[in-house]
Ligand binder design. Structure first.
Ligand SMILES: Cc1cc2nc3c(=O)[nH]c(=O)nc-3n(C[C@H](O)[C@H](O)[C@H](O)COP(=O)(O)OP(=O)(O)OC[C@H]3O[C@@H](n4cnc5c(N)ncnc54)[C@H](O)[C@@H]3O)c2cc1C
Length: 164
């Protein structure tokens, strides 16, 4: 469910370091494909929005406001009253992601990749100075996301096999 003004949404994120009042909302319901992912008669909604890096914002206030905006948007777009169907919910935010995974400011994809040179700054899959040490995954070459992580594994595997 896209924001009415996608560019403005990103101004909120990168300039104001806050959440757009009209966020783009991504929803994934795995129990539609795998029914055992949710209790019988229920669904597991994974609802995600874009948020800024953790720079010490009042996340509890931002989350409360965003939750209300998301619920209103879902209700408006689906013609429903989603709140009354919610049995339980939990929230991950840049604070908890940072605390749980040690990622800088809660970054999901390692180093910022917002400029032309970013691809060249990614950490390589090996280190010349320490023979036998390899790196694989979303924060190293070639980048984040499952397809690139699998490429990363293939490259590291090939390096280990001596093809580097
Ligand atoms: C909210 C969100 C949505 C995403 N959506 C998508 C999407 O739709 N499509 C897509 O392609 N990508 C998506 N991604 C990106 C993708 O999930 C990641 O790029 C990818 O999972 C990274 O893989 P990884 O193996 O590097 O790290 P991870 O998948 O994080 O695996 C690292 C593992 O190491 C474990 N670990 C950490 N420390 C230790 C330790 N000391 N000892 C032992 N184990 C340890 C962790 O528990 C974890 O299981 C999303 C990411 C997030 C956070």
């Amino acid at each position: 469910m896209f924001s009415g003004d996608y560019e403005k949404e990103f101004r909120y994120l990168f300039r104001e370091k806050t959440i757009s009042p009209d966020p783009t909302v991504y929803i994934f319901i795995s129990s539609r494909a795998v029914p055992s992912d949710a209790p019988p008669g229920h669904e597991n909604w994974y609802v995600m929005i874009n948020v800024p890096e953790n720079t010490g914002q009042d996340w509890d206030a931002l989350i409360a406001e965003a939750r209300q905006n998301i619920v209103e948007k879902i209700n408006r777009m689906l013609g429903t009253d989603i709140e009354r169907h919610i049995v339980s919910s939990s929230v991950a935010d840049p604070r908890s992601i940072e605390a749980d995974t040690a990622s800088y400011r809660g970054a999901l994809y390692g180093l910022s990749s917002n400029n032309m040179m970013a691809a060249f700054y990614r950490h390589p899959n090996f280190r010349r100075s320490i023979k036998g040490l390899y790196f694989v995954g979303g924060s190293v070459h070639p980048g984040g996301g499952i397809p690139l992580c699998l490429s990363s594994a293939r490259i590291a595997d090939s390096d280990i096999a001596g093809n580097h």
